[in-house]
Design a protein around this ligand. Structure first.
Ligand code: AR6
Length: 175
């Protein structure tokens, strides 16, 4: 992989609701009406107007994405994507997770976003194995960025040190 693409990807540890890129991504569910984990944290920090806008969206299919404003968040937009629930790997989970990252970045490009922060989609209550998820995420992001120079920087905002380690390794080993 082109080193200049690699240098546009960053891995940090932190709380995604405190970040101020053009868009943050929400690891949502298909209802788009909120939940626990990062989804709950984003809705709490954005305030009730986020849920109001989400109610107008009619849900979202797994692997696809929808965009809203960020309301009280420092980020301008929230891109909501339901990741796949891990069922052992035979239900198209890997392709669906790849599609989450590509769909989010496509919406970011269409809405003029230059900087996007992702959480580790599907690796919490959806139980996607972290090693596989990190490789899929980094390869989807790098592939998209190599074709889309308008996306200047993408960060993985990892909530804990273990998650951060997996994404760092995936970025280092990116072919
Ligand atoms: N900032 C960054 N990462 C976070 C934060 C935060 N504030 N809070 C949690 N994480 P999960 P999923 C990490 O379970 O597996 C919701 O109920 C967390 O440590 O939030 O895609 C939705 O409504 C983990 O590494 O998302 C869905 O029903 C990662 O975010 C379901 O959970 C993802 O964990 C989606 O499950």
């Amino acid at each position: 992989m082109d080193q200049t693409v690699k240098s546009r990807i960053e891995i940090i540890q932190g709380d995604i609701t405190k970040q101020s890129p053009d868009a943050i991504v929400n690891a949502a569910n298909c209802s788009l009406l909120g939940g626990g984990g990062v989804d709950g944290a984003i809705h709490r920090a954005a305030g009730p107007e986020l849920l109001e806008e989400c109610r107008t969206l009619g849900g979202c299919k797994t692997g696809q994405a929808k965009i809203t404003k960020g309301y009280k968040l420092p980020a301008k937009f929230v891109i909501h994507t339901p990741g796949p629930v891990w069922h052992g790997g035979k239900q198209n989970e890997e392709a669906l997770l790849n599609s989450c990252y590509v769909s989010c970045l496509t919406l970011a490009s269409e809405n003029g976003c230059k900087t996007v922060d992702f959480p580790s989609i599907s690796t919490g209550v959806y139980h996607f194995p972290l090693d596989k998820a990190a490789k899929i995420a980094i390869s989807a992001i790098a592939g998209y960025m190599s074709r889309h120079p308008e996306i200047e920087r993408v960060r993985m905002v990892c909530f804990d040190a273990r998650t951060k380690e997996y994404y760092e390794n995936a970025l280092e080993n990116l072919k």
